[in-house]
Design a binder for this molecule. Structure first.
Ligand SMILES: Cc1cc2nc3c(=O)[nH]c(=O)nc-3n(C[C@H](O)[C@H](O)[C@H](O)COP(=O)(O)OP(=O)(O)OC[C@H]3O[C@@H](n4cnc5c(N)ncnc54)[C@H](O)[C@@H]3O)c2cc1C
Length: 491
């Protein structure tokens, strides 16, 4: 098997790389470990929200058709390049690589326009990222756009375009090693439907995800206990691409003990389930009290919009006894919960008193402590500050630890509801070091490895500690396009 460029993986980053390489005139083969019906990686599990820089609704019109009456009647917010820098630098503790983050931010809008040109469709994300305030619909969280059909829609449209453009896709073909001869990467050795096959190429793009689905690597790099996390997405991302690259001397880079992990349905399956796309999400916790099995709170639920805390709070849940906790709500905030809280595959208990609720919360070892936590919390709420869930309203608690900084409501209006959660891991942050402008992987001496490129979750150096929602897919597009162009030009 031979092509100018072999792309390993078939998620968003790989598809963008394949399309960009194809547009340079290179012939392209893609290798996908999964069978067709499970293909597409974490990108296929994604909700499809996209964080990119835009100054006003007029930039949004470059990616989507927005009806004329909505242009003025909606407050579209902005995500200027400066705001995007602030968010990325804040969530990563100022550790994000300056060159990578600059490319991500400055190319993000252009990459979305390119994505649209490749057949992907964008829609306003009215469902999750907006609210009606004083009669006007207003976006919050700086990511008003979502892919039509979510992650599955994005993967399907890019797959259709790739096939139309003559990219050959091999399913059930798991890359195992790089062919590294004469000081350059010349292809990939893979197991394809039980047989070993060599795919020869002038350049290889590795875009085959992190190691989030591999419990042994999670324990090794993220630490003890991480083997117990549920996997939110694909079961195929086992760290193969990272291993293949490290085996030939590629330079590791970034936050290898870091990961994106969230509050997740406690009894969710081991891996993501494409037939229940959002059932296990528990992103409405800023309206809740998060309570562990000892009856205590353990995070500031209202520190920020969920977009800026959800990816780090999964680790806090994992640290709790039994890797479990509860999100507790009262009737006042019930209308603000995301729709999936009403799904069938949800572990929920309901009661008309807090005592009754405590008795129903499975594993709650100390109901008395829970009741005391709620009493102290209720007394600490600054009820003099008006509640407004569409802004950081500053309605906080006073004198308790941890505080709740926004959206604090006394838990006092029945019926009460508690949702059982655990930690769901999304993806890992550790990756490879590249020449940012070309996506070429560098070796441990910081010299470019001829013929080797990477993008997506495998790219190290962008995310540290935490993450701003909607950045993963945009990173995959920006750096997938860069790596595909680099690989195509070198072929
Ligand atoms: C539930 C969930 C919701 C999310 N929601 C969003 C969102 O709304 N917005 C956002 O920006 N991000 C979201 N993300 C994160 C986003 O999905 C990822 O950041 C992004 O998809 C990563 O893209 P990728 O192409 O690098 O990896 P993936 O999409 O995971 O693709 C990796 C590919 O490599 C293949 N593969 C693995 N090993 C091999 C091998 N050895 N040989 C061949 N193929 C291999 C896999 O099968 C897969 O096709 C979400 C993730 C999850 C799990």
């Amino acid at each position: 098997m031979q092509a100018d460029v072999v792309v390993v993986g078939k998620g968003n980053a790989a598809l963008c790389a394949a399309l960009a390489a194809r547009d340079t005139g290179a012939s392209v083969i893609m290798l996908e470990a999964a069978p067709v019906d499970e293909s597409g990686g974490n990108s296929r599990f994604a909700g499809g929200v996209m964080r990119f820089a835009y100054d006003s609704v007029h930039d949004l019109e470059k990616v989507a058709e927005i009806p004329a009456e909505e242009i003025d009647s909606v407050d579209w917010e902005s995500n200027t390049q400066d705001q995007f820098y602030d968010d990325l630098y804040n969530v990563t503790g100022f550790r994000t690589d300056p060159s990578l983050s600059e490319l991500l931010i400055t190319q993000s809008l252009d990459a979305m326009i390119w994505l649209r040109g490749q057949g992907a469709r964008f829609l306003p994300n009215y469902r999750h990222q907006s609210a009606v305030v004083n009669g006007k619909r207003k976006f919050f969280g700086r990511m008003p756009m979502i892919m039509h059909g979510g992650g599955p829609g994005l993967v399907q449209s890019l797959t259709d375009t790739a096939e139309k453009k003559g990219v050959r896709i091999f399913y059930e073909t798991r890359a195992a090693a790089l062919v590294y001869e004469g000081d350059r990467v010349q292809g990939v050795r893979a197991r394809s439907k039980g047989k070993t096959v060599e795919f020869r190429a002038k350049s290889v793009v590795l875009a085959c995800g992190g190691f989030e689905a591999n419990p042994e690597w999670r324990t090794r790099y993220l630490g003890p206990g991480w083997e117990l996390a549920k996997v939110r997405g694909s079961r195929f991302n086992m760290g193969d691409g990272l291993k293949m690259a490290l085996d030939i001397g590629a330079c590791p880079y970034g936050n290898w003990s870091g990961r994106h992990a969230v509050s997740w349905e406690r009894y969710a399956p081991e891996f993501g389930d494409l037939s229940l796309p959002e059932s296990s999400y528990r992103h409405s916790y800023p309206m809740s009290l998060m309570i562990n099995t000892e009856g205590k709170r353990f995070v500031d639920e209202g520190a920020e919009f969920y977009n800026y805390t959800y990816a780090k709070y999964g680790a806090e849940v994992l640290k709790q006894p039994g890797q479990a906790a509860w999100q507790v709500f009262d009737a006042k905030v019930k209308p603000l919960l995301r729709p999936e809280y009403g799904d069938k595959a949800v572990t929920r208990v309901t009661a008309s008193t807090l005592e009754e609720l405590a008795a129903k919360m499975e594993g709650l070892a100390n109901p008395t402590a829970f009741l005391k936590t709620v009493k102290e919390f209720n007394a600490a709420v600054r009820t003099d500050v008006p509640f407004n869930h569409s802004v950081k309203d500053g309605r906080s608690t006073v004198g308790i630890e941890p505080p709740k900084s926004n959206w604090a409501h006394p838990l006092d209006t029945p019926p009460y509801e508690a949702y059982a959660i655990t930690c769901g891991i999304t993806f890992t942050f550790g990756g490879l070091r590249t020449v940012p402008e070309t996506g070429q992987v560098v070796d441990v001496n910081m010299l470019p490895i001829e013929g080797l490129y990477t993008a997506g979750e495998m790219l190290g150096g962008l995310f540290y500690f935490n993450y701003a929602a909607g950045t993963g897919l945009v990173s995959g597009t920006v750096f997938g396009r860069i790596a595909g162009r680099g690989a195509g030009a070198a072929a």
